[in-house]
Ligand binder design. Structure first.
Ligand code: CP3
Length: 357
């Protein structure tokens, strides 16, 4: 392609300079911006020396469980790099104690008593009594007060299916066979579990918005485990109802679909302001098909950043040249890897910000 279409979409408008909204807000609305916003999945965490230092004194559960520490970790990457959004430091498991779920991290989530039967699902508390992750809601308030005004704050949650994956399987293992067996043997129980998670996550995301999050990202990290027909029948209705409830509350939604090439078109039909995809997906082709009504987010391969600043710059420039600026939020196609040099993150930030004019 020629670069001409790309440049014409980033033309600055006089209004853009006085617009109090963040770049992320405007990109979510698919309005022209002076440059594309950038934030990075897992931008806080183990690749940062200042995070590793805190981890010498506190377990991950302690860091995520304390509003003060979580706020501090959320702000660490923002102090180091001029990113356009902070994402609250928590885990997709954080709201699950509200359902009486006990878990640990080793290093991924390990559930003490996995949900393996209709009776296990029926035993989950049904009344919406418990407040999901009050420490996360408090941390959002703390970060909001510290964050520069032009930096957006993102909340997040796991999609019902991805949470169910950990709850049924008990931990993250390849292809989640117990989960797929449960979906075949107990489809009604699975649906009841998904419905319960969908309600809890909608409530949780709305609370995050009310506490000061500008938008929320829904991580469907294990989206791709079922074939399309089973996904449509069992999973989609519960994901959709969560998205509708959150959207009706006025909260902007970034829907991340990971490792599910056979479902990307179906995800593009779901109600969300932006669709985020992993690095396997051709982002420009996705934008050509859906960019008139969805912002797109992504999608550099996180492994490229582990190769150093030069490959990072090259890959970032290729992405910027291929994808139209309007309605594009730059990010990786999945989380930063722990062995990423901070210099690669700096190179990515610099490359994206150079586009400004
Ligand atoms: O970007 C940020 O700063 C937000 C932090 C964040 C964490 N988990 C912190 C974390 C986010 C957005 C998550 C989401 C999450 N957690 C997902 C969805 C995104 C994805 O990666 O697909 C999933 C599947 C989980 C479950 C989970 N938690 C796993 C698989 C692991 C271990 C492996 C890993 O990537 O570290 C965790 C633990 C976890 N969550 C850590 C962090 C920083 C590592 C804790 C540590 O040892 O310091």
């Amino acid at each position: 392609m020629t670069g001409s279409g790309v440049t014409s979409t980033v033309a600055a408008t006089p209004e853009a300079d006085t617009d109090p909204r963040t770049l992320l807000d405007r990109a979510l609305a698919r309005e022209p911006t002076t440059r594309r916003p950038l934030w990075i999945n897992r931008q806080a965490g183990r690749y940062l020396p200042e995070y590793r230092k805190l981890r010498e004194q506190h377990s991950f559960k302690e860091l995520a469980g304390s509003a003060d520490l979580a706020a501090e970790v959320t702000l660490q990457p923002i102090r180091r790099f001029p990113l356009d959004a902070a994402i609250i430091f928590a885990d997709i498991m954080s709201p699950l104690p509200a359902l009486g779920i006990d878990f640990d991290f080793a290093p991924g989530p390990v559930v003490a008593e996995p949900i393996r039967s209709a009776a296990d699902v029926a035993a989950l508390p049904d009344a919406d009594v418990a407040e999901p992750a009050p420490e996360v809601i408090e941390a959002i308030g703390l970060v909001r007060r510290e964050l520069p005004e032009d930096t957006a704050l993102l909340g997040f949650c796991g999609a019902p299916w991805t949470l169910a994956a950990y709850l049924v399987e008990g931990r993250g293992i390849k292809d989640f066979p117990l989960l797929r067996a449960f979906a075949a043997a107990e489809p009604q129980a699975l649906e009841r579990l998904l419905a319960r998670l969908s309600r809890l996550m909608a409530d949780y995301l709305i609370r995050q918005g009310q506490a000061g999050a500008d938008a929320v990202q829904i991580f469907d990290s294990w989206a791709g485990l079922l074939p399309r027909a089973a996904w449509q029948r069992l999973v989609r209705p519960h994901l959709e109802s969560m998205l509708v409830t959150v959207g009706d509350a006025g909260i902007k939604r970034i829907l991340f679909v990971n490792n599910a090439p056979h479902l990307v078109e179906a995800y593009a039909e779901l109600p969300a302001e932006a669709l985020a995809v992993d690095w396997r997906i051709d982002l420009r082709a996705l934008q050509d098909r859906h960019g008139h009504r969805r912002a797109v987010q992504g999608n550099l391969d996180p492994a490229i950043l582990t190769a150093g600043p030069e490959p990072t710059r090259t890959a970032a420039n290729t992405l910027l040249n291929q994808v139209h600026a309007r309605g594009h939020i730059v990010n990786l196609g999945h989380g930063l890897l722990p062995n990423t040099p901070v210099e690669s993150v700096a190179a990515l930030v610099e490359t994206v910000r150079r586009e400004e004019h």
